[in-house]
Design a protein around this ligand. Structure first.
Ligand SMILES: C[S@@+](CC[C@H](N)C(=O)[O-])C[C@H]1O[C@@H](n2cnc3c(N)ncnc32)[C@H](O)[C@@H]1O
Length: 337
């Protein structure tokens, strides 16, 4: 695939958010792809924070995480399969000793790349290095307009450092996006955090409902905003979208994980979620593992993925989750299929 074709696929697969993204694979259209269009990759599980909502339950390293060599082997396969787009997350990916080497390799192979970070390890030098990578974007998490709210959700976090990271990234010309996750005690700051994002000069502000996965599932009653709070949140973001039109992209994903699962049953997206240990999940909200990069090739896993969405066990469990959303709490209790 040429770089130009890759870029076309990227914009089809990601520009308008996950629901539009899956239109690419409408009616199991993913069957027609010989490789995924998108590889979200949790590079590591280590994190300096213990966020109350963390869907990955990150903190300590996972047993048997992919080595540097295994990580490179995975990237090599992604390049050989002409995967157009990857996103590196964690854990906190900036804590991984080989993050820059891996990113260099991905970019040298013309794969578009986004990095998701809490920003706390982005100093002047890191921002310069990230700028050299010519990334699709760096996404910084900012969960409050004030240190108090951000740090209440992001336990052990430092709001000032996240804000400084945004300033440094913007200073060095990195396309920077802010992601805000609304919970009961920060949602009232939505308008203020959008305004803050604009004052920092970032390219985009993204938000959407908190997913009931991982630690968010464990802390659901104290985190999940009320319907009234969500109504107000959507209204605020609609207003902010018009206010900043042409100046900063404001995007709010309108569906929750249950809506998404209903849609995925009919139309699985053309992506594979890669965990730090090389295991590959069908989707973050389900427990199913459809492959292991330590044992199988990426193309084999892609074939497993396509079959897995037709597996009666997966279909039945997904329907059960849709009917009983508290089953989302099982998302990180992996089931190999
Ligand atoms: C899992 S974090 C990993 C990257 C990095 N350590 C960070 O804090 O941004 C990636 C993004 O997922 C978001 N996230 C984590 N748990 C979530 C949940 N339950 N619902 C929605 N977003 C969540 C985080 O706020 C962050 O923006």
């Amino acid at each position: 695939m040429t770089t130009e074709n890759k870029e076309k696929n990227i914009s089809r697969s990601t520009d308008s958010g996950p629901i539009e993204q899956s239109n690419v694979s409408q009616g199991f259209m993913c069957d027609e792809f010989s490789a995924p269009l998108f590889l979200p990759w949790q590079l590591n599980s280590a994190c300096n924070l213990a966020c109350l909502h963390c869907c990955e339950q990150a903190g300590a390293s996972m047993a048997n995480e992919m080595t540097r060599e295994e990580a490179f082997d995975f990237c090599r396969q992604a390049a050989e399969l002409d995967v157009p787009y990857m996103a590196i997350s964690g854990g906190e990916p900036m804590l991984c000793p080989h993050i820059f080497d891996v990113c260099d390799f991905i970019r040298d192979n013309n794969i578009s790349l986004k990095i998701e970070t809490n920003g706390e390890h982005i100093d002047e030098q890191a921002a310069k290095k990230l700028a050299k990578l010519n990334l699709r974007s760096v996404q910084v998490s900012l969960d409050g307009a004030t240190a108090a709210t951000h740090e209440k959700l992001r336990v052990g976090g430092n709001w000032e450092k996240a804000v400084t990271a945004c300033k440094l990234l913007v200073k060095y010309g990195v396309k920077t996006e802010i992601v805000f996750v609304p919970v009961k005690f920060n949602i009232h700051e939505t308008a203020a955090v959008v305004d803050l994002a604009y004052s920092l000069g970032v390219y985009g502000f993204y938000s959407g409902k908190t997913m009931r996965i991982g630690r968010a599932a464990q802390n659901w009653d104290s985190l999940c905003p009320s319907d009234e709070q969500y109504d107000q949140f959507y209204n605020v973001l609609k207003e902010k979208e018009s206010e900043y039109k042409g100046k900063m992209k404001v995007f709010c994903y309108p569906h929750d994980v249950i809506d998404e699962l209903k849609y995925r049953l009919k139309s699985p997206s053309a992506d594979l979620l890669v965990l730090p240990n090389g295991k590959v999940k069908l989707i973050n909200s389900l427990p199913f593992i459809c492959g292991d990069l330590k044992k199988q090739s990426l193309s084999q896993i892609w074939e497993n993925y396509k079959k897995a969405w037709k597996n009666p066990e997966v279909i039945e469990f997904t329907k059960d989750v849709i009917a009983t959303p508290n089953l989302l709490a099982q998302a990180n209790s992996w089931i190999e299929i």
